[in-house]
Design a protein around this ligand. Structure first.
Ligand SMILES: NC(=O)c1ccc[n+]([C@@H]2O[C@H](COP(=O)([O-])OP(=O)(O)OC[C@H]3O[C@@H](n4cnc5c(N)ncnc54)[C@H](O)[C@@H]3O)[C@@H](O)[C@H]2O)c1
Ligand SMILES: [Zn+2]
Length: 370
């Protein structure tokens, strides 16, 4: 079975990728975590209905005692009180230091259940079983967990590597098209920051990608996970290389916030952010025109990017006050070619404003999506 090992400071773990894996999870976990444990599967009602049974049946077959804990769906429930409620349920159902938490779901479930595992009795075993493309290629790998505060996203959290990540690409069949595309933008990002062959797949196998061909998806996920694993191994705590993963995110985050977190999914905002970053890199003389054009085509080729209409000045202000901005200087991750990026400070305001204005124009041209 394809797997990627991730060496984290606290421990190393494997990311396993195979269609149908959820149905074999019990046997695999028995091998990785041989001590008998009480398993707590954390899932939203939707995901539990779609793939909870498959997972829990395999846990039961492998002799595990399990309990499914249901948490409400949606980013607005990525809150400390959800975590507290789950912890109370774990206690009520006999959870102790030998508990194993399995996060079955998208990035929201992964972040909440991951943080729960990291603080429950000062830390119990965690397995990530991501079910959205975004969570499979991004959120489940790297050990970041967290919840939101009223004052901002992901402001409380921990670094807590899982014992294993179980990726079953076959569960993506039921993912709404928009959520699926949102994950694909993060895959395009992986291509631009460090894997030209992965990027090329969007040029040569777009049809298979959009049709969710199983083999193609396995490959996309494997390559994205490999890249993320390599980066987080080098830089677990986000001092250097890990910033590369923020390609498209500087303007992306500002767009998400400016549109009240309602208009765009995170991945879509990153799609727009990558379009802007490619333009900025070109204006700075860092990126050749045909690579800028390929990034443009790669992002827009996925189709269905909801239009944006924003005041460029507001976006600039948000970038300047972003939590990742240090010493008042915004960092941009800009490509110098497809497969290579650099962290750049001191991009002139005029260039940023122009790039955002071009996003507005693109939205207008795309024909009333904005
Ligand atoms: N920890 C990290 O490193 C990291 C990285 C990136 C993003 N994140 C976090 O991830 C979250 C976003 O994750 P997301 O995009 O997965 O959103 P999500 O968890 O809200 O899932 C999106 C929707 O898809 C549904 N869904 C999940 N799996 C499904 C399936 N197989 N079939 C049909 N529907 C399914 C969910 O019920 C939900 O409604 C954000 O909170 C973000 O901050 C964390
Ligand atoms: Zn992202």
């Amino acid at each position: 079975m394809p797997r990627v090992s991730v060496a984290a400071e606290a421990r190393s773990y494997n990311v396993w990728i195979e269609s149908g894996l959820l149905g074999r999870a019990g046997t695999l976990l028995r091998r990785i975590l041989p001590h008998s444990r009480r398993v707590f599967v954390v899932a939203t009602p939707q995901v539990n209905k779609l793939c909870g049974k498959e997972l829990t049946a395999s846990l039961a077959n492998a002799g595990y005692q399990y309990r499914t804990l249901v948490m409400p769906d949606g980013e607005r429930h990525k809150r400390l009180d959800t975590l507290e409620r789950l912890a109370e349920q774990m206690i009520a159902h006999g959870g102790d230091r030998d508990a194993l938490v399995v996060a079955l779901g998208g990035g929201v479930t992964g972040d909440v259940a991951g943080m729960l595992a990291s603080v429950f009795m000062r830390g119990v075993d965690l397995v990530q079983a991501p079910t959205t493309l975004l969570a499979q290629v991004d959120a489940s790998v790297g050990g970041k967990t967290g919840v939101n505060l009223k004052s901002g996203k992901n402001l409380l959290g921990t670094f807590y590597p899982p014992r294993a990540v179980l990726i079953d690409p076959s569960v993506l069949a039921t993912l709404p098209a928009r959520e699926f595309r949102a994950g694909l933008y993060e895959v395009v990002k992986c291509g631009v920051i460090g894997n030209p062959a992965l990027f090329r797949m969007f040029e040569t196998r777009l049809k298979q990608i959009l049709q969710r061909d199983a083999r193609t998806l396995e490959k996309l996920i494997l390559e994205s996970v490999r890249l993320k694993a390599r980066i987080v191994e080098e830089d677990e705590r986000e001092q250097g290389m890990r910033r590369w993963l923020n390609f498209g995110h500087t303007i992306g985050h500002a767009l998400e916030a400016e549109t009240g977190y309602r208009r765009l999914l995170h991945g879509e905002a990153v799609g727009w952010g990558m379009l802007a970053a490619a333009r900025i890199a070109k204006s700075m003389g860092m990126l050749r025109g045909d690579d800028a054009g390929r990034i443009h085509a790669g992002v827009l080729g996925l189709g269905g990017l909801p239009g944006v209409r924003v005041k460029p000045g507001n976006i600039l202000k948000r970038i300047q006050s972003d939590k990742k901005t240090r010493g008042g200087k915004a960092h941009f991750v800009l490509p110098s070619e497809i497969g290579r990026v650099e962290v750049v400070t001191g991009v002139p305001d005029g260039i940023i404003l122009k790039a955002v204005e071009e996003l507005n124009e693109l939205s207008r041209k795309a024909g009333g999506v904005g």
